[in-house]
Design a protein around this ligand. Structure first.
Ligand SMILES: [Zn+2]
Ligand SMILES: [Zn+2]
Ligand SMILES: [Zn+2]
Length: 345
């Protein structure tokens, strides 16, 4: 349990509101009193996140001075829990159906208790950088858990950052883009990778463009070049080689050869289940609604999807607990080496 410390000088919590306006919506920041121009419904989410990211980047504080801002405000943002605990990270939360967005430092316990919220992926970086000796490049560490965690966190973040109606195909694409982008938010996805993901139809790109999540740079042959507009993601992003490895992990976990044949939702569901399962046993337990949000599906669609995955041999077993609504599953044993070879072919 962390004791409450007086530290009002660095309140790392920012909130923006999207207020109805005769011409559409207007962005109002509760901290800097910025009142932006009108935004359309399609661009509102991205404008809100961009504004919050700017605050987070300009108010940087050394990690040891970051405190749980939720606790500082009496933990009014979530249901009761037994006290703050765990590392402090940036939490993106959405309230009132997307009309209020908040980015704040919060401890793991508060983060887990907050509805409609996602941790902005960053500890992967902190952990990696602290441990990164110069010889790391030649001698690779075991990669499974690190990549799995990065993919899991990115899926959780995208569940909050993408519009609720974003399709599973657009989400698969966004996951690859977020993990493969370079330091200037540019991403180059070769057509070959898109084909292996079965994401070579332009519809998913257009969907992400319409959500103002990315912008395509036209005029490139054999490769799709895009600029990501989601600035929150890279306020403290992991070093690119680590993210690239996580992108490859997601590609392999999604088993494009098997799950891709039955569509983008089963493919995304496979990545979700693999990234949320115990890497040793393949067993997982999670809230079904949370999985539905991350996959851009309705919870009632998932049983059919899970059955199809079971028929394709990608899930060994699954069941929903009638009382808690939790989903329990066992993945087919995921062999990264074999999967790597399959993707290479
Ligand atoms: Zn502001
Ligand atoms: Zn709290
Ligand atoms: Zn807390």
């Amino acid at each position: 349990m962390r004791l409450r410390t007086p530290c009002a000088a660095m309140p790392r919590a920012w909130t923006v509101e999207l207020r109805p306006h005769p011409g559409g919506l207007v962005l109002v920041c509760r901290q800097c009193l910025h009142t932006g121009g009108e935004v359309t419904a399609a661009s509102a989410r991205s404008a809100a996140l961009t504004h919050l990211a700017r605050h987070a980047r300009s108010d940087l504080v050394p990690p040891h001075l970051r405190i749980c801002q939720c606790h500082e405000r009496g933990c009014r943002w979530h249901r009761r829990h037994r006290g703050c605990d765990g590392p402090v990270r940036l939490l993106l939360a959405c309230e009132r159906g997307g009309r209020v967005w908040r980015l704040a430092d919060a401890c793991s316990t508060c983060a887990a208790a907050t509805a409609q919220a996602a941790v902005v992926p960053d500890t992967a970086l902190a952990r990696t950088l602290r441990r990164l000796p110069t010889a790391r490049r030649r001698k690779r560490q075991p990669r499974g858990p690190g990549e799995q965690t990065r993919v899991r966190e990115m899926l959780s973040y995208l569940a909050a950052a993408l519009p609720p109606g974003a399709s599973p195909a657009a989400r698969l694409l966004a996951l690859q883009c977020a993990l493969r982008a370079n330091a200037t938010l540019q991403v180059r996805l070769p057509q070959g990778v898109l084909r292996s993901l079965r994401l070579n139809s332009p519809g998913s790109w257009r969907e992400l463009e319409r959500a103002h999540w990315l912008r395509i740079t036209p005029g490139h042959a054999g490769v799709v070049v895009a600029e990501l507009l989601d600035a929150t993601l890279f306020s403290q992003a992991p070093a690119r080689p680590d993210r690239m490895q996580a992108a490859d992990w997601a590609l392999r976990a999604g088993s494009p050869s098997a799950a891709g044949g039955i569509g983008p939702l089963p493919q995304l569901a496979t990545v979700y289940l693999a990234s949320h399962a115990d890497p040793e046993t393949g067993c997982g337990l999670n809230d079904l609604d949370q999985m539905a949000r991350a996959c851009g599906a309705h919870p009632t669609e998932l049983p059919d999807t899970l059955d199809r995955l079971a028929r394709a041999g990608l899930v060994r077993s699954w069941q929903v607990c009638p009382d808690s609504g939790d989903l329990q599953w066992t993945c087919r044993r995921f062999d990264p080496q074999a999967a790597r070879l399959a993707v290479a072919r």
